[in-house]
Design a protein around this ligand. Structure first.
Ligand code: SF4
Ligand code: SF4
Length: 388
């Protein structure tokens, strides 16, 4: 997708802006190398990221918060690099975000209107929150206008649209059965433009940052999967990156959260881990400046980067539903998909599309208790606990 030129808020390029704020050339190149690696472009991509960022002009960003909890904004505040201060002051010009901006009420809404008029066709629209459609959208109004009307107007003049979080992606818990407010995602409303879905509840702040850096450095959005998620972050299954995978394959499972297996760091599949059916950047980017992530902290993945996870991945502490993995035993699924992925990139994309398609097929989401998928038995039928 080709994008319009980024709108400058002043005459300075990003490179000049960063230099003026005391960012050394060395620190800039280190940051660009880290972003190149985060984007899956390899260790040699730093110079091309640097060249693109150096020349780019600070874009105007309009950030709408609709039917949501503000957790996604909190997640961005915890991006490892750049810090929110850099993001706000050096990389983007955040013209509107009603949590972070100083003004409120009429002044804030005026700022939004002025920015959309002045930068029509070029600004970057970031959206968190779902859009309630029931009863003419009255379940989310800002300044007397419905979320639907605000989104439609803002999207019309946007150069690119990024939906951040599960709420903006597909509706999230608001859209779980019975979805009383008729909540939908941004892409259900904005159908004439590509919508990037930064999936998760909340998503990892560094993924949002890296997506914006890609847009600035290369003038286009990153490559997406069939659900609008950037492949650099959502192209791999948690189960295939998980440090506990060897325990899964060896049949070493946590049976209770306080048992010996839990203390030894064994696989969490039997206590509800949905990692075999989930594509997510958690194992790579991790959380809180790369301190840890749910599975690393001993908690099962609940599948929050996948559509309809409140309906398809619950009960969270129950075993992975058989119908999520197409009725296969998960070990057979893992072997089949894993072998196919090893053949090459195309096979990997196909496997990814297949898993995404599973969720598409499940749009008539179940409301009954879930069947159980049996994991492979431990190699020692007596169940003795081997060493890590
Ligand atoms: Fe909150 Fe999760 Fe929605 Fe983000 S995706 S706004 S964290 S409920
Ligand atoms: Fe890791 Fe979960 Fe897979 Fe076990 S089931 S290996 S904890 S992703």
């Amino acid at each position: 997708m080709s994008l319009p030129d980024l709108q400058a808020t002043d005459s300075a390029t990003l490179g000049a802006s960063l230099a003026a704020r005391g960012v050394s050339r060395r620190d800039f190149l280190v940051f660009c190398s880290e972003m190149g690696a985060a984007l899956g472009l390899g260790s040699l991509a730093g110079p091309s990221v640097a060249e693109g960022l150096q020349r780019a002009r600070r874009p105007v960003v309009v950030w709408l918060q609709l039917q949501e909890c503000t957790g996604c904004v909190e997640s961005v505040l915890r991006s490892a690099e750049p810090t929110i201060g850099n993001l706000l002051l050096d990389i983007i010009s955040l013209d509107y975000n009603h949590t972070l901006m100083a003004c409120a009420g009429q002044a804030a809404e005026s700022a939004l209107n002025q920015s959309m008029r002045a930068n029509h066709g070029t600004y970057l629209l970031v959206v968190t929150g779902s859009v309630p459609m029931a009863d003419n959208g009255i379940y989310c109004t800002i300044g007397g206008r419905t979320a639907h009307d605000i989104l439609v107007e803002a999207a019309e003049g946007a150069g690119a649209v990024i939906a951040v979080g599960a709420c903006a992606h597909w509706g999230n818990i608001q859209a779980a059965r019975p979805n009383p407010t008729g909540a939908v995602g941004v892409a259900d409303i904005v159908t004439d433009k590509t919508v990037v879905n930064i999936a998760g509840c909340p998503p990892i702040g560094d993924v949002i940052t890296a997506t914006i850096v890609h847009y600035l450095a290369f003038g286009r959005l990153p490559e997406l999967d069939g659900d609008g998620r950037p492949l650099f972050a959502y192209g791999k299954r948690i189960h295939d990156l998980c440090p506990k995978r060897a325990h899964f394959d060896a049949g070493q499972y946590v049976e209770r959260f306080d048992d010996d297996g839990a203390r030894r760091g064994w696989c969490l599949y039997k206590v509800g881990c949905k990692g075999p059916a989930v594509y997510s950047p958690c194992p790579i980017f991790q959380w809180n400046t790369r301190t840890s992530w749910p599975i690393g902290a001993g908690h099962p993945c609940i599948g929050c980067t996948e559509r309809f996870f409140w309906d398809t991945m619950t009960p969270f502490y129950g075993r992975l539903p058989a119908d999520v993995v197409g009725g296969f035993g998960v070990e057979r699924y893992a072997d089949t998909i894993g072998a196919a992925a090893a053949v090459g990139a195309l096979a990997g994309v196909t496997a990814h599309a297949a898993a995404t398609g599973i969720h598409r097929m499940r749009e008539g989401r179940r409301s009954q208790s879930l069947p159980v998928v049996e994991p492979p038995p431990p190699p020692d039928a007596g169940g003795s606990h081997g060493q890590d």
